[in-house]
Design a protein around this ligand. Structure first.
Ligand code: PBG
Length: 325
């Protein structure tokens, strides 16, 4: 059958008809809200390149997380900005580190909120790389594994519900799984940044987390943007090593990767709608060049349509307001 018997517009006629045949629905259950925590009291520093995103001291973090949780957002992803940085990122695995303190207070205030911690060295090292360096300035993979494992254990000890390694060292999921199990945290899941690309879209995040590398770039450990078969290998390895949820990052320029991962594996897939993607929407919105609310929902829905079960997004609260409870 063809036109004029077939008319695709019939089911587009009213909003209720469109609702009935809608294939993808963004829900509150899909959202993970990233937050930045910093030392001090009463701190709420807006990130100039990320309007609406703040470095928060712990009591403000709890307030923000509570607001999100009350809107129906089930989970937050925490990034810490330490007071002092050193070559081996000591604050990353100190029981008194910024993340560890923040997790304790958050879980105390909001026991049912799912608190996920980013596990990486770049916010904590003075050189800003995601691991420790050898003499030539190359990130030493195997020496970094132990520090990542210690960080993950210290997060779990503080009460983290899930850990999310974002460093892209080889073997880190297995190292973290072993360490967690050895310390009695066998029920703490790992969400691995499995296919994480060396992307220019992370620029604003590095302002927020104060984690830009002091020299060079991350191309010797994060993935090369043109590759997708390699992403499948990365995800397969992380699953083999024990990842519970696998992530593709960034999201928008990698929707094909999300789709490919979704079709190849049965694990839950997360996608990170990263800082640069957020900043583009915010800046064009501020200029009045786009309808910011509609663009936000269109983007998040596209990420879900591509195959993501979970979306890490700075738009989480805005999206929650738009889609309602
Ligand atoms: C840490 C980390 C980064 C992001 C998440 N975890 C930055 C990086 O790899 O440089 C980026 C998140 C974003 O851009 O929103 N390694």
């Amino acid at each position: 059958m063809y036109f004029p018997e077939v008319r695709m517009r019939r089911l587009r006629k009213t909003e209720n008809l469109r609702r009935m045949v809608r294939e993808t629905n963004l829900t509150l259950d899909d959202l993970i809200y990233p937050l930045f925590v910093i030392h001090g009291k009463g701190v709420k520093n807006e990130i100039p390149s990320m309007p609406g995103v703040f470095q928060l001291s712990i009591e403000n973090l709890v307030k923000e997380a509570r607001e999100a949780y009350d809107m129906g957002i089930p989970a937050v992803l925490l990034f810490g900005i330490p007071e002092k940085k050193d070559p081996v990122g000591s604050d990353a695995y100190s029981d008194d580190g910024i993340i560890q303190r923040a997790v304790r207070e958050l879980k105390n205030a909001l026991p049912d909120l799912v608190v996920i911690t980013d596990v990486c060295m770049c916010e904590y090292t003075d050189h800003g790389h995601c691991g420790v360096l050898d003499e030539s300035g190359y990130v030493n993979n195997d020496a970094t594994l132990e520090l990542l494992a210690r960080s993950a254990v210290s997060h779990a000890k503080a009460g983290a519900d899930m850990v999310a390694p974002s460093d892209m060292m080889d073997g880190r999921v297995a190292a973290i799984r072993d360490a967690l199990d050895e310390e009695g945290f066998e029920t703490v899941p790992i969400m691995s940044y499995a296919a994480k690309y060396a992307s220019a879209f992370y620029g604003p995040f590095r302002d927020a987390a104060e984690s830009a590398p002091k020299f060079g770039d991350r191309r010797a450990y994060q993935m090369d943007p043109p590759n997708v078969r390699e992403a499948i290998r990365e995800v397969a390895l992380d699953i083999e090593e024990g990842a519970d949820i696998v992530m593709v990052k960034p999201a928008l320029a990698y929707l094909d990767v999300i789709r490919e991962v979704r079709e190849t594996f049965d694990h839950p897939v997360a996608a990170y709608n990263v800082s640069g993607e957020y900043s583009l929407v915010k800046s064009a919105g501020k200029m009045g060049w786009i309808d910011e609310e509609r663009v936000t929902l269109e983007i998040l829905t596209a990420i879900k349509r591509a195959g993501a079960d979970l979306i890490i997004t700075y738009h989480a609260k805005e999206a929650a307001k738009l889609i309602g409870g």
